[in-house]
Design a protein around this ligand. Structure first.
Ligand code: PMP
Length: 368
């Protein structure tokens, strides 16, 4: 039984290696996963404590309106409750947006490389995807504006961008929004929002008051450490969220995820702790890269994309055999590079030693 024609050229998402699989393959007792930008500090102890009381009444459907979490977030973000739409991770919000706005004959504009789910979901809806190459890790915003035509429905701005980590600053975003036609939806995906430290970051939620064609995506998967519970959200003008709420499944986030997200928002100490540790370890890692004269993209996230004098796959395979899972740039459209999530101090120290030793051995081998 064939699917839509577009499936002939598509494959299912291939998740990174699973910890147990790698342990068995290489006979290792410890694995450090630095491949998916998860939080190495875990998640709030308060969430852990709350889970038993949330894990009840499974025979009842969850609250399809996400009432309590909606109230808390609306207050925190100072938006109207109905400006929010929730999803099974922001992944699902991406899918909901594509199902709502894209169809055959329409097109959508993305950066390249960027988060792959924009393209994946757009293709399934039969839309054409226009990919505009990044400029040294940053979105080519003028190039993206120039690519807009009468059939363009959505422009995706992943900021900070995955896999490069580069942020679109306030001035650039404002210029872009001012130039972008108001009937083109602009998705500002801020999955790594909490990690941003630069002063000229945009206040995208405030920008919603000015631009009715803007939607901001955020998630509990990264800084809050709740990737396994699958909950993310979008914030936009009510006209947009009404359509998205028509498209989404009626019970698309679980009661446990909704409750845990509320507790996670309350525990600001855990959030500050993990952001502070990540920032420190990232700085140490960038100093190490500087010492080795390795280039990397500007990063406003919990990961760094390192440009290498060798293939990303070679470093990936080597580190894998030592128990460190990172992401090779090969699959991300950048073969001579790797994306490394910032981990705990002791793990980063060991990783740095392994990277240095491997690069020296490979480069010396090349010379001799
Ligand atoms: N957007 C970006 C830029 C991401 O990197 C990710 C996760 N890798 C997501 C969205 C999806 O996150 P989630 O579905 O876990 O909320």
């Amino acid at each position: 039984m064939n699917g839509k024609k577009v499936f002939e050229e598509m494959t299912p998402y291939k998740p990174g290696k699973q910890t147990a699989e790698v342990m068995k393959e290489y006979g290792l007792t410890k694995i450090v996963k630095l491949a998916s930008n998860e939080n190495p500090f875990g998640y709030s102890e308060k969430v852990k404590e709350a889970i038993p009381s949330l894990a009840t009444d499974f025979e009842i459907y969850p609250d399809g309106y996400t009432t309590e979490l909606r109230k808390v977030l609306a207050t925190n973000l100072q938006v109207d409750k109905d400006q929010l739409v929730f999803g099974c991770g922001s992944d699902e919000v991406v899918d909901i947006i594509c199902r709502t706005y894209l169809e055959e004959g329409s097109n959508t504009i993305i950066a390249n490389p960027t988060f792959p789910q924009y393209k994946h979901n757009a293709l399934i809806q039969g839309a054409t995807v226009k990919e505009i190459p990044l400029l040294n890790g940053y979105h080519d915003l003028q190039g993206m504006l120039d690519a807009i035509d009468n059939q363009t429905k959505i422009v995706w701005l992943c900021t900070p961008n995955n896999p490069t980590g580069c942020l679109i600053n306030e001035e650039s975003l404002t210029l872009f929004m001012d130039e972008c036609p108001s009937d083109v939806l602009v998705v500002v995906d801020e999955a790594y929002y909490e990690y941003v430290t630069t002063e000229n970051a945009p206040d995208s939620i405030k920008a919603l008051d000015k631009y009715s064609n803007l939607i901001v995506l955020r998630t509990f998967s990264k800084a809050y450490g709740l990737a396994g519970l699958r909950i993310g959200y979008g914030v936009a003008n009510e006209k947009i969220t009404t359509l998205l709420n028509i498209t989404r499944g009626p019970f698309n986030t679980t009661s446990v995820a909704q409750g845990a997200a509320i507790v996670a928002l309350e525990d600001t100490d855990f959030l500050s702790y993990s952001l502070k540790e990540t920032a420190k370890n990232k700085q140490t890692f960038m100093n190490f890269l500087d010492e080795l004269e390795l280039e990397y993209y500007d990063s406003e996230t919990n990961f760094v994309f390192v440009k290498l004098p060798i293939s990303g796959d070679a470093l990936f395979e080597h580190l894998l055999s030592k128990g460190y899972i990172i992401r090779s740039g090969e699959a991300l459209g950048h073969p001579n590079g790797v994306r490394i999530t910032i981990g705990k101090k002791e793990d980063m120290e060991q990783l740095q030693e392994l990277i240095q030793a491997f690069l020296i051995s490979v480069l010396e081998g090349k010379q001799s």
